[in-house]
Design a protein around this ligand. Sequence first.
Ligand SMILES: [Zn+2]
Length: 402
Amino acid sequence: MQKAFKVTLIPNHNQEVLINKTIGCARYVYNRFLAYKIELYASVGKTLNYNACSQQLTILKKEIEWLKEVDKFALQNSLKNLETAYKNFFTDLKKIKGKKGVGFPKFKKKHGCKQSYKTNLTNGNIQVIQNRLKLPKCGWVKFHKSQEITGKLVNVTITRTSAGKYIASILCETEIEKYPQTTQNIGLDLGLKSYLTTSNGETVDNPKHYKTQQGKLRKAYKELSRSVKGSNNRVKAKNKLGRAYKRITNLRDDFLHKLSTRLIKENSIICIEDLRVANMVKNHKLALSISDASWTKFITMLEYKALWHDRLVQKVGTFYPSSQTCNHCDFINHAVKDLKLREWSCPQCNSYNLRDKNAALNILSEGLRLIAAVGAPDAKNACGELVRPGAIQAQIVEAGIA
Ligand SMILES: [Zn+2]
């Protein structure tokens, strides 16, 4: 399993200059080859693949001296990213004709978009010893050590955040100690009022980090708008705003990690609704609270942690009427369409249903039914152990799991 450890770097002045130079060169190479590809396609209707670009890069480096000053892997990875962006664009076009997809690769800007470069391991050019990370050209860079970095190094991505910090994401091949087997299964009903309700009737409150931090954000924006362009105060205000956003992300990730880890630890099969979150965000005035709830991220966490610990996440179709169906007798009560109706008595079997718990119970039974009917995206091996499919490939994931 691959696992990424994120650490904050403490580069000295020279290293900081070199990191920025590398980010700049990686961006330059990306943009230059994107322009070249567009031009070539327009003039002779041809495109260049990665290998051809790579050969061109070697020639370019003879012309442009400063490209030789930085890590060569950063530039090669830039070309690989460009190749991927092209491929995604074309496969996406085939998949959904006429609909808006990932879009044509864009030129990278100096400001605003993600500023980063990636380097690969070859012959010990990257190493970690205690709180120091060895990077090509940069040498040993100190970092804040918050966790043990274990496993075999694969690659490192260096990112400069909007707050002006340098983050290294160190990807390692690592063994994961699995949680003990359990026979518990659970259904989850995701909501807005509470973050989720389980089929056991447990309710997890929605922490609404965006709302609680809104005051700080507003203040940071105000300071930014009052500062003079190009001034030192403006830089400070920008950093402050970056930190305020980062804090929201950290709080949210921490909440999502703890919750998903606990659910994976306690349960063997976890059934959830297959949410079309993207569409909901587009259409609804609840957009802010929905994206704040960041369900997509939560479900991704559940899925990769399920792979780590031999659990199964079963999705249930969006159009399955989980709220309206009585879990005891399958009677469909259309009156429950009304979102305000939090609890109801079944007209057919008289059982008393709590809206969210009933929905979670239905999601669980529907999930289990699907597994039994379709044989699951999952199978048992000769020893009767659950075998995970290759549904999610080697996961590249954030560390910091509780
Ligand atoms: Zn009933």
